[in-house]
Design a protein around this ligand. Sequence first.
Ligand code: C2E
Ligand code: CA
Ligand code: CA
Ligand code: CA
Length: 278
Amino acid sequence: SAKEARNSWKRYAIQMNLKAKEKLLLENDLRIALELGQFHLAYQPLVDLEHEILVGAEALLRWSHPQKGELPPSEFIPLCEENGFILPLGEWVLRNACQQMKTWQDKGFPPIVMSVNLSIRQFRQHDLCERIEKVLEETGLSPQWLELEITESIMADVTFATEMLERLKKLGVRISIDDFGTGYSSLYYLKRFPIDKLKIDRSFVNDVLTDRNDAAIVSGISAMARNLNLTVTAEGVESAGQVAFLKELKCQEAQGYFFSRPVPPEQFLSLFELDKGK
Ligand code: C2E
Ligand code: CA
Ligand code: CA
Ligand code: CA
């Protein structure tokens, strides 16, 4: 009936209103959180499989929310991308991660690469290169130790992507394609883009020992990367069996809980120490 329809519409409207309010609250929270220093970075090691050494760290964002506790990026990054807050937040991540790496270098730890996730919105900023250059200058980190992780989504605008990637390359930073295999990518542009690394998405690595299709995909991407002279990293490696399989494929690098979960910077230091013993 018309009355039922009206009531259900009302319920819907009330729900939407609540959702909007929740969002507004969270948006406000975001700005305050950045000011109050509630964001921090966890670092996960990247390991060279052949030599079994630490070669890199990926910076992963966390939010210590005063009421909700420790929030993973999945709980707030989508909103940040929607409302544009990812721009100041992403720049905070970049500055913090570069600062951290410089601190480690100054302490005399062997040099490794710092990987930072770059949102598509950040990538589309026309002054991205200037911003990165400024952060590198301010923190004193040499560009060769910074790697930017972007997703295949940048290929939606090939002309812009090519130009931006070339400018970034000139700056001296490294570029990797994150979650490789999950998005739209043209192998043609893969060859033409000045990129350094492919990171094989965790969803392919998960069942690599039991699923023949996944095994074929991981093996295929590894071989292709090698032929294109790109580094390849397997993401989400959780078991010794997977490590053995990836070594067999001559997959160069791996990252995952098998080696370490993302950890606070103080804890990451012990991963350097392990290395020194070798
Ligand atoms: P990602 O870039 O693919 O990062 C890897 C994610 O996989 C991390 O989740 C990490 O904790 C998780 N992971 C690593 N090893 C394993 C494993 O062996 N098994 C399983 N099941 N998971 C593993 P996290 O930290 O929750 O981050 C999720 C996503 O949020 C990231 O995926 C990235 O897309 C985004 N993100 C994180 N930090 C930032 C940031 O600073 N900026 C932007 N734009 N995005 C970020
Ligand atoms: Ca990543
Ligand atoms: Ca990834
Ligand atoms: Ca991801």
